[in-house]
Write a protein that binds this ligand. Structure first.
Ligand SMILES: CN1c2c(nc(N)[nH]c2=O)NC[C@@H]1CNc1ccc(C(=O)N[C@@H](CCC(=O)N[C@@H](CCC(=O)N[C@@H](CCC(=O)O)C(=O)O)C(=O)O)C(=O)O)cc1
Ligand code: HCS
Ligand code: ZN
Length: 765
């Protein structure tokens, strides 16, 4: 029977046990031993589930208390120099110090894991550093798994992907560190061989990218160097895209097998199979690890049969990628619409799918007849569901006109009109939207959800929060206010709750970073907005103040990117449907007297395909979707967008093509470096470069922010500059928020005075 395994399993816990254990440990309510107990229980339960589902190999090494990339850095002794005097021995305290920062040292940078909504911590390396292996924790997990089932396949981040994901703090070439790093990997592989490990999964997702020659060379060097020493067999794992553009590497790298993503890149299964030698195994990722739809088992079998005939025992089956990106189990979803529930497979159900496929290949379809029939019925029910198509939506899509995605006047003219309409000072101050989601807000929402707080009382509680936010902002002297988003559990889930075409799970949590989770909505049908969503709240907030209040929406690309979306139509079409729904909301906000509307697109960059050659096609429809959402307003209505977690250097033409009047971006941690790119590109519209890092509880001083604003004024015409934090403040507390914003407003005031003084000096000269 084909070997069955997973590339990784969710670690947060079906009831988010790890999240709660981490947070109580951080609050000092429990100690690290208690945290470790919860972690060990979770690992055990997850392995038992894999074993009971019938997988042949258990996966170890995928569990982490915070982030697996950070764990690898520490296992290889890559402790950043700046932390050396701050932390002691590598242990849980060190992990948390690097992940969350200390009173003196900011945390490691966090960034997106390929094209997912998972954030990893970026290892900080430097020229000449040595790597020293400390694999005690990793090996302990391997032994724990072996006690559940002897067939354990540990997973390791491959050396080249590890370097690709890291940065050097001194600007030196990361690849120069490869030989030293390989020494540590060799040591680890020898240890694993001594632990009776037969196979190790070495993740090298960088193979899916369009790598340049030095990185390809690095792959060759790395895997040549891993040969020879005593080691288990290596399964090189790739995912999220195809590797059939790298068949030379597939042929050359001396590994014992390959894992490929046959969901995102079905065409590659045959070509990669042909490139293997007669010994190598092929692990086919046939079950979608990035989405929640049940696999059509009949179709999957039809695709697998020729591979099985060709490869026999050398065919392995698995989900396409780690199951980290999907929730634990559909079994918990007792409140989900039963029809939709029937279409879904989360991590546990995907284990069953993999095992069923293997049984069918080995023993014939009769052995799994019932499962195949269920799968057919589920697919038929989805295909024929009458709630999926929506006639109005289809008609509107047919009637789209290019003019709908263009503002009437160019930016320079809009800028004049908006200046007159809004009468804002130079360097206007604002925030990104959310204010602290206090435990009281979350408790009120939980009580409302459980029926303990009625709709009216919930509305009043949220209105009180909006009032508080407006009062705080007026006291602080901000220029453009926000309502604070208290009513939103999440910037994507909230909108999904109010749109047709989405289902919301109850426990479908997925780790976003550390203890933070998101519950991606399930987009199954045509998207339609039955009623305005944010207009009442925006109107309420606006009537509390004379200052402009920004309407606050989530953009179509981010809604798409952070949901589990339908796989029965192109993403582009779904994005346009979302765009139309948001366009209606934008127009309703304008009609309600809201003069500034922000459409957040933090996931705009994340949606880029992994292969750069596929970027233009994506950018084309992503820009169109944003413009369709944003361009249906008068020229004196100001459209803002916000992006964070992003590098924009290489997509600036597309960012400019969005034609938002103002873009607020995350820049404080890179000390405004990003602005150089905006200057070099001659970005035409207004920019709000973030002047403080909202990820840390640290309150930045006036001088610190003033220095950043000075730097920004050197790079961008102050007439086009806004002053704001990097991102929303939902994860912060009120005390630090208040203090930081007071400093920010003061820094803006000082800078305005400086500009005024400079202007009068210039005039005198
Ligand atoms: C901007 N970011 C976002 C991303 N993706 C999104 N979908 N949304 C984002 O905002 N990706 C990039 C970044 C990632 N950043 C973050 C930041 C913070 C969080 C976070 O805080 N997540 C929360 C869950 C948020 C939520 O939905 N809260 C619900 C309630 C959830 C809950 O646990 N309720 C409890 C009861 C509560 C109580 O009694 O006190 C329960 O149901 O048991 C809400 O507010 O109603 C988290 O806790 O992890 C995520 C990503
Ligand atoms: N308006 C959102 C954007 C987050 S990226 C917020 O402020 O939380
Ligand atoms: Zn943001």
């Amino acid at each position: 029977m084909p070997y069955t395994h997973v590339l990784g399993y969710p670690r947060i816990g079906a009831r988010r046990e790890l999240k709660f254990a981490l947070e109580s440990c951080w609050k000092g309510e429990t100690n690290t031993e208690q945290l470790e107990e919860v972690a060990a229980r979770l690992r055990l339960a997850h392995w038992q589930r894999q074993r009971d589902a019938g997988l042949d190999l258990l996966t170890a090494g995928d569990f982490t208390l915070y982030d697996h990339v950070l764990d690898h850095a520490l296992m290889f002794g890559a402790l950043p120099r700046r932390f050396r005097s701050v932390v002691g021995e590598t242990g849980t305290a060190t992990v948390f110090a690097l992940a969350r920062g200390t009173s003196t040292e900011p945390a490691l940078e966090m960034t997106k894991w390929f094209d997912t909504n998972y954030h990893y911590l970026v290892p900080e390396l430097e020229r000449g550093m040595s790597f020293e292996l400390d694999a005690r924790r990793y090996l302990e997990h391997v032994r724990e798994a072996q006690a559940v089932l002897p067939g354990v396949k540990p997973v390791l981040l491959g050396p080249v992907t590890f370097l690709w994901l890291s940065k050097t703090v001194d600007g030196s070439d990361r690849l120069a560190l490869l030989p030293g790093l390989i020494g540590a990997y060799r040591g680890l592989l020898a240890e694993l061989a001594a632990h009776d490990v037969a196979w190790v999964q070495v993740d090298e997702p960088v193979l899916g990218l369009e790598l340049d020659e030095p990185w390809k060379r690095a792959l060759r060097q790395a895997y040549e160097a891993l040969q020879g020493a005593p080691r288990p067999r290596l399964l090189a794992a790739t995912y999220f895209t195809g590797i059939d553009h790298q068949l030379d590497l597939v042929r050359e790298l001396p590994v014992d097998g390959w894992h490929i993503d046959a969901v995102r890149a079905p065409q590659q299964a045959q070509t990669v199979a042909q490139a293997l030698d007669g010994e190598q195994v092929l692990s086919v990722g046939i079950v979608d690890g990035r989405n929640v739809w049940r696999t059509h088992l009949g179709d999957a079998l039809a695709r697998l049969r020729p591979l099985h005939e060709r490869l026999g025992e050398r065919l392995w089956l698995a989900p396409s990628c780690s199951l980290l990106h999907v929730p634990h189990s559909v079994a918990q979803e007792s409140r989900l619409d039963p029809e939709v529930r029937r279409w879904l497979a989360f991590a546990d159900e995907k284990l069953d799918e993999v095992v069923t496929l293997a049984r069918a290949l080995e023993h014939g379809e009769d052995a799994v007849r019932e499962r195949l029939a269920e799968s057919d019925a589920s697919l038929a029910s989805r295909r024929h569901c009458r709630r999926i198509p929506h006639a109005t939506v289809a008609k509107r899509l047919q009637q789209l006109h290019p003019r709908m995605a263009e503002r009437a006047k160019p930016y320079a003219e809009r800028q004049q009109l908006q200046r007159q309409a809004l009468d804002l000072p130079v360097l206007p101050t604002t925030t990104i939207g959310s204010f602290p989601q206090t435990p009281e807000i979350r408790r009120a929402r939980a009580a409302h959800k459980q029926g303990r707080l009625g709709a009216y009382d919930y509305l009043q509680t949220m209105r009180a929060e909006v009032r508080r936010a407006i009062e705080e902002q007026e006291r602080l002297g901000l220029d453009v206010l926000v309502h604070g988003e208290p009513e939103r559990n999440d910037m994507v889930e909230y909108f999904a709750q109010h749109l047709f075409g989405f289902a919301i799970s109850e426990h479908g949590w997925v780790q976003s970073y550390g203890s933070r989770c998101v519950k991606p909505p399930i987009l199954y049908g045509d998207v339609f907005r039955p009623d305005p969503i944010t207009v009442d709240t925006a109107r309420y907030a606006q009537q509390l103040t004379d200052k402009p209040v920004k309407g606050m929406l989530t953009g179509p690309v981010t809604m798409l990117q952070w949901s589990f979306v339908r796989d029965d139509q192109p993403r582009e079409r779904t994005a346009l449907q979302l765009a139309l729904a948001i366009r209606d909301e934008v127009q309703d906000l304008e009609a309600a007297g809201i003069r500034i509307i922000q459409i957040d697109e933090p996931a705009f960059r994340e949606g880029l395909p992994l292969k750069a050659s596929e970027w233009p096609a994506y950018l084309d429809w992503a820009v169109r979707a944003f413009k369709l959402a944003s361009c249906g307003v008068r020229d004196d209505t100001q459209i803002h967008t916000h992006m964070c977690y992003s590098e924009f250097h290489d997509i600036l033409p597309a960012i400019a093509a969005l034609d938002a009047d103002v873009i607020t971006i995350e820049t404080s941690r890179s000390r405004m470096e990003l602005l150089d790119a905006f200057r070099d590109f001659a970005y035409p519209n207004a920019i709000g470069p973030g002047v403080y890092d909202i990820h840390s509880p640290r309150v930045p001083g006036v001088d610190e922010m003033l220095a950043l604003i000075e730097r920004a004024c050197e790079v961008v015409d102050p007439a086009r500059l806004w002053i704001n934090p990097d991102c929303g403040l939902k994860t912060r507390g009120w005390a630090e928020t208040r203090a930081a914003l007071a400093n920010m407003v003061q820094a803006a005031c000082v800078m305005r005075e400086r500009l005024k003084a400079r202007r009068s000096t210039d005039a005198a000269v």
